[in-house]
Write a protein that binds this ligand. Structure first.
Ligand code: ADP
Ligand code: MG
Length: 453
């Protein structure tokens, strides 16, 4: 059946669908995945074709948004029977120049020495995929496998211990194995800065620049580290641009999204967001359980399911802690030569479990502290500064900072609308006192124990 380019009516309808998608999925998802789709053609049998800029995006859209797009299109037009999603066949700008088999340059050893060691455990095989890290994993795999640069840079971000470094190493391992001719360099932003400063000191910036600009794949981990470090940022920015211009792949990780990176120059932030930004969300119970099982399998140990479930429920902060907990339980069992049980697990991890249990609220803390010092809660909120009340108030603020995830301004507000600097001052003061006076240290210890159990 003959396909024709869409007419104005269909295009107008497509615009309405897009508006609706924007509303439903929000700006970030829309601009990453849905906006790049275009309506390419249709025929008089109600067959409509839309395209995505590359295969990776096509697959992702197909798995996540396609059904919604289709149902919106059909809902707005009875004639539409079938929607098809293809990869756009327009030539893409900036293709890799390719060329015959690249020779391994003599300075490859130097280049790799510039980078950091890769952890042999951090491979794709050892990475457990779940909802929270699905996108980051898919993008990392894509970059590792693809001979062409699909999105530049790939920006991975997420909280500590959620697998950013693991994924970066996995990409590097994969490329080194499958494309040994490609020069891959992986290093932390800290090390990048250190190398740069050293080059400045030895007046060797020319070869520094040459070295970094000659790599095929540059990976910088924890880029937030160069926040506020202006000259390193400047250098990174130039390296970045040089590599992008040559269509070489850049992969960056950070603890925040590009736009949330503080102390970063705007032009760098915006550059970092140019490619694909993929975040790793906090773990879910299912993912934690999967990771524990995988880890057990790797070690050839099968702890009772009850124990793994218990750990997955209790250690929720991040994967690093989760692994640490499992290792401790296994090590203990090996050392004392006994089976792993729920009881021994609880025993071995008592301190860790307590930290993960912290659920005290500001109100709980105020109440307990008031009971302890025999003052009224209303006095905590009052402007009174008499020492008999000021000290308990400081103790309570300190405990709020320690035991809750609340920010200083939030804490201040709950203490009669005090300023965050007052809270900061209280925290400092109590820290000093803890170092100096046994009695206050004991007070805090006791209160903490009461609040944590
Ligand atoms: P980040 O760099 O985000 O702080 P890491 O990559 O260092 O975190 O991960 C912390 C630990 O957790 C590492 O030992 C890593 O192997 C492990 N880890 C994180 N996510 C996963 C996962 N999805 N599957 C297996 N191990 C993981
Ligand atoms: Mg890391």
């Amino acid at each position: 059946m003959k396909m024709v380019i869409p007419d104005a009516a269909l295009l107008a309808q497509w615009d309405r669908v897009r508006d609706q998608l924007l509303k439903e999925y929000g700006e970030a998802t829309f601009s990453s995945w849905l906006q790049p789709l275009s309506l390419v053609k249709h025929n008089n049998q109600g067959h409509v074709v839309i395209s995505a800029p590359n295969a990776f995006m096509r697959d992702w859209v197909r798995d996540h948004y396609f059904r919604r797009v289709e149902s919106l299109l059909k809902a707005g037009n009875d004639n539409i029977r079938k929607l098809e999603l293809v990869v756009s066949d327009e030539p893409q700008p900036h293709r890799a120049t390719g060329g015959g088999a690249a020779e391994i340059p003599a300075d490859i050893a130097d280049i790799e020495a510039l980078g950091a060691q890769l952890d042999p455990r951090f491979t794709f095989d050892n990475f457990v995929v779940g909802k929270p890290n699905e996108l980051a994993h898919a993008a990392a795999l894509r970059v590792a496998e693809s001979p062409e640069v699909t999105f530049n840079p790939l920006f991975l971000y997420g909280g500590v211990g959620l697998g950013k470094t693991h994924l970066m190493h996995a990409i590097a391992w994969h490329i080194r194995k499958c494309h040994p001719e490609r020069k891959v360099i992986y290093l932390s932003a800290e090390k990048f800065m250190y190398q740069f400063i050293r080059a400045l000191r030895f007046k060797d910036t020319v070869s520094f620049k040459d070295q970094f600009r000659s790599v095929d794949v540059l990976m910088i981990d924890d880029v937030q580290f160069i926040s506020g470090k202006d000259s390193t940022q400047e250098e990174f920015f130039h390296t970045f641009n040089a590599l992008v211009e040559q269509n070489h792949q850049i992969i960056v990780s950070a603890d925040k999204s590009p736009s949330d990176l503080e102390g970063m120059e705007d032009r760098l932030k915006s550059r970092l967001g140019w490619g694909l930004v993929a975040d790793i969300h906090p773990t879910t119970y299912e993912l934690r359980l999967g990771i524990l099982q995988a880890k057990g399998d790797q070690l050839g140990i099968r702890p009772p399911p009850k124990v793994l479930e218990f750990l997955a429920h209790k250690i929720t902060s991040n994967v690093r802690e989760l692994e640490g907990a499992l290792t401790r339980v296994l090590a203990h069992a090996t050392l004392v030569g006994r089976d792993i049980t729920l009881e021994t697990t609880q025993e071995v991890l008592r301190d860790l479990l307590r930290a993960n249990d912290r659920k005290a609220t500001i109100d709980d803390i105020q109440k307990k502290v008031c009971e302890y010092y025999n003052v009224r809660v209303a006095e905590m909120h009052s402007p009174k500064r008499a020492r008999s009340i000021a000290r308990p108030r400081q103790v309570a603020m300190f405990l709020c900072k320690m035991l809750t995830p609340r920010s200083l301004p939030e804490i201040g507000r709950k203490f009669g609308g005090r300023d965050h600097t007052t809270v900061m001052h209280a925290v400092k003061k109590i820290e000093e006192l803890i170092a100096q006076e046994d009695s206050i240290r004991e007070d805090i210890e006791l209160l903490r124990r009461m609040l944590e159990t």
